[in-house]
Design a protein around this ligand. Structure first.
Ligand SMILES: [Ca+2]
Ligand SMILES: [Ca+2]
Length: 553
């Protein structure tokens, strides 16, 4: 196995930035890894057997994910990886732009409705534009959920859902944010039904009325269709003379395992529905201990359709790995694609199902500011780049370092030798964690986490093992009000009895963390102008949010 050390990266990067000769640029391009970023929906740390030793979920409750185990064996597994928000849209915005969603117009919850205005501004760079600039061919297949714009019957940009006409090409879609190819559901598949599937700018299936009907959409086909279209992008990339000399970037935000749990019959011929299993071989698990200390009731166990839907992603990952392993790398004679591909598997927020068998040994679940809402599986592999040992037969590496999905922007910039100075006004919340993925160094800055369906648009600051939680009053433009301080080293479960927010011995820490959070917060927040323009989901109705949070994000 050839390992490219950090020093060689820096050399490559320096050559690229300096402009270099054409051949230097060409050789740099040859070395850039392909990138596949596979993101499950609503999958918790407890949902995969790749983390079973860490979560302690017993065999009779643990979903068996053999392909993720294989990936973890080849790569490196993070146990303190976080989504920047606890729900779909804001996490996706921060992943794609390297900027926290609460700096945008979306302060709370997700984008709703069949037509939500594009959250990513037209001129804002994304990881796709960044990689395109470095010579990548970029594609996505899966769930978008950061807004798009249709056209009306006259061909003008539609003002909303009411005047959209699906016979017209889309006015704003992933193609306007750095992707050369896209196949997508606009939102979660269950709530996307009126708009079905979109390929490029074209609505190819929909179940709406009048100009919004195109037959063929089925919730049970999302997994299958996402895979078919991901392969369509990859196979076209490899067969086209103009693209196969380039690296590719595939963004694969799967619909599974978001509710409704609708597993496909198969992925690439490998059966899915009816074939998911718990580690003990069964298809039902007993009720699990509730990991939320606020509620003592046990949570229902893993059920057949959910097991299959989680397994669907496992199968998709397995099929992609097989494809990468058996396909020659057109940029490197004698190598397979797997050798120089950075493969990342993660989730967009914690599990929607509480209970240790889904969120692992953490408090809360999807939509809560507690760890269960945003600490997720994160497995990375890049054989030639020194991420993991590439050998599935040896134990996988486990890294306890803190990282966030918002770090991908600066990390991909580093991998492709691009200076973040070019993105000074953008991606301010992204930190290069390439060294960390390679097992060296640590993340420098603190991580900010966002949103809670019960408490409103809360924020939390992670600094080392310490976590400060402040109420939604800060985002609503008023004041910073600390409501929680936890030492995760001693109290990973965030037990209320270990909430040190009122402990006088911690007042200096609370003061310094509050100050730091305020500094970060002010970097991109203009309450007056944003309030004048109108907030998206300002988060007033706490009870309603909590009720609505089930199964709709
Ligand atoms: Ca989600
Ligand atoms: Ca290994």
């Amino acid at each position: 196995m050839v390992r490219i050390g950090r020093r060689e990266f820096l050399k490559t990067a320096a050559g690229f930035v300096a402009g270099g000769t054409l051949s230097a640029i060409a050789s740099t391009m040859q070395r850039h890894p392909n990138i596949i970023f596979f993101m499950a929906d609503d999958m918790g740390l407890g949902d995969t057997s790749a983390y079973q030793d860490w979560t302690g979920v017993p065999d009779e409750q643990q979903i068996h994910t053999p392909n993720l185990e294989r990936l973890a064996g080849m790569g490196v597994r993070f146990t303190d990886a976080h989504t920047p928000s606890t729900v779909c849209s804001p996490t996706r915005y921060a992943l794609l732009t390297g900027r926290y969603s609460w700096r945008s117009t979306l302060k709370h919850s997700v984008l709703w409705g069949p037509h939500a205005n594009p959250l990513i501004e037209k001129d804002r760079p994304t990881i796709a534009t960044l990689l395109k600039k470095a010579g990548y061919n970029t594609g996505m297949s899966g769930k978008w959920h950061v807004g798009l714009r249709y056209r009306n019957s006259k061909g003008e940009p539609a003002s909303g859902w009411a005047d959209s006409d699906f016979r017209r090409p889309l006015e704003d879609c992933p193609l306007d944010h750095g992707f050369n190819y896209c196949f997508l559901t606009p939102r979660s598949h269950g709530t996307s039904a009126p708009t079905g599937w979109i390929e490029g700018r074209k609505v190819i299936t929909a179940t709406g009325k009048g100009p919004r009907t195109v037959a063929g959409y089925s919730n049970y086909e999302t997994g299958k269709q996402n895979f078919i279209h991901a392969m369509k992008f990859l196979e076209k990339h490899l067969s086209d003379r103009s693209t196969k000399v380039k690296p590719f970037f595939l963004y694969y935000p799967a619909n599974s395992n978001h509710t409704p749990h609708t597993p496909s019959s198969d992925i690439n011929g490998t059966p899915v529905k009816g074939h998911g299993r718990l580690v003990n071989g069964k298809r039902q698990g007993p009720a699990a201990k509730n990991t939320n200390p606020d509620q003592e009731k046990p949570v229902g166990g893993q059920k057949e359709n959910r097991i299959d839907y989680v397994y669907e992603n496992d199968v998709a990952v397995g099929e992609l790995l097989k494809f990468l392993e058996r396909t020659d790398d057109p940029r490197s004679a004698g190598s397979s694609l797997i050798d120089n591909t950075l493969f990342i598997f993660t989730s967009d927020n914690g599990s929607e199902k509480g209970g240790r068998d889904s969120v692992g040994p953490l408090r809360g679940k999807k939509s809560r500011i507690y760890e269960g809402g945003h600490r997720v599986p994160f497995i990375a592999l890049w054989k030639k780049g020194g991420i993991g040992d590439g050998n599935e037969k040896t134990d996988g590496g486990t890294n306890p370092s803190l990282i966030g999905l918002n770090d991908m922007f600066a990390t991909f910039a580093a991998i492709t030798g691009q200076s973040m100075k070019a993105y000074d006004k953008f991606a301010q919340d992204s930190e290069n964690v390439l060294g960390l993925l390679q097992g060296k160094g640590k993340r420098q800055g603190p991580l900010v986490l966002h949103d809670d369906a019960v408490m409103g648009p809360s924020l939390a600051l992670r600094e080392g093992p310490w976590k400060l939680i402040v109420s939604g009053e800060l985002i609503r433009g008023r004041k910073l009000n600390p409501v929680g301080l936890f030492d995760l080293k001693k109290n990973r479960m965030e037990q209320p009895s270990g909430n040190l927010v009122d402990d006088p011995k911690q007042s200096a820490r609370i003061e310094s963390m509050s100050k730091r959070l305020k500094e970060i917060f002010k970097q991109g927040f203009e309450p007056e102008t944003i309030y004048k323009r109108g907030l998206v989901n300002p988060g007033r109705a706490k009870k309603k949010d909590s009720k609505n949070s089930r199964g709709k994000k």
